[in-house]
Design a protein around this ligand. Sequence first.
Ligand code: ADP
Ligand code: TYD
Length: 205
Amino acid sequence: MGCFITMEGPDGSGKTTQIQLLRDYLSGKGYDIIVCREPGGTKISEAIRQVILNKEFTEMGNMTELLLYAAARAQLMEEVIRPALKEHKIVICDRFVESSAVYQGIARGMGVDLIYEVNQYAIGDTLPDLTVMIDIDAETGISRKKQQAELDRMERETIDFHKKVVSGYREIAGKYPERMLRIDGRASIQEIHEQITAAVDKIIS
Ligand code: ADP
Ligand code: TYD
């Protein structure tokens, strides 16, 4: 089997930036890499993403939201992640089930147990070998996003919601320290990259 790495953290924590650097680093070492993002990564999952993040769908219920994220994930697992791991590739995914645990389970208040139960159907027994969690406070993360592009439905949530996301990530990272690496997102892009490569080198060697 290959190696499955997921990148987690609040909006604007630097996940996409770090994934690009990690991909270049691992490609440079000759590894076969697949990068994907959630929700998305397949034609169907990207179509579901358009529904989930549409800023006009403010009436979306919590259960609909949870199931749409899980549906996008199920398709990505089947079409991309499992086949790539079988071919011994390194898969790096921008967000995974911990995003549902934090955003839907904690910030929306649906309960973490329900999230893992529902997502069991989407992911089966394919779990990440390493989850990197970049920690950033809500104000910094959202202000970085505002400078980048128009905010989507989730990013338009209240600052209170984003604060719950931040504390939710801290809670989950504290619960599973053996498989989650928590990194201070206020450090420089290069410093964070070095912490990530040190952890990744350990698991792929
Ligand atoms: P995410 O994918 O987690 O939402 P991005 O990687 O898109 O975050 O980063 C959001 C913005 O913050 C980008 O403009 C990026 O250049 C900037 N950024 C990323 N990491 C850092 C960092 N460590 N320090 C300062 N700015 C950063
Ligand atoms: P994305 O665009 O990757 O966020 P970012 O702004 O960090 O680049 O992700 C879209 C949004 O979806 C983001 O606000 C987090 C949210 N999300 C959930 O609420 N649950 C989930 O299971 C996933 C994968 C994402």
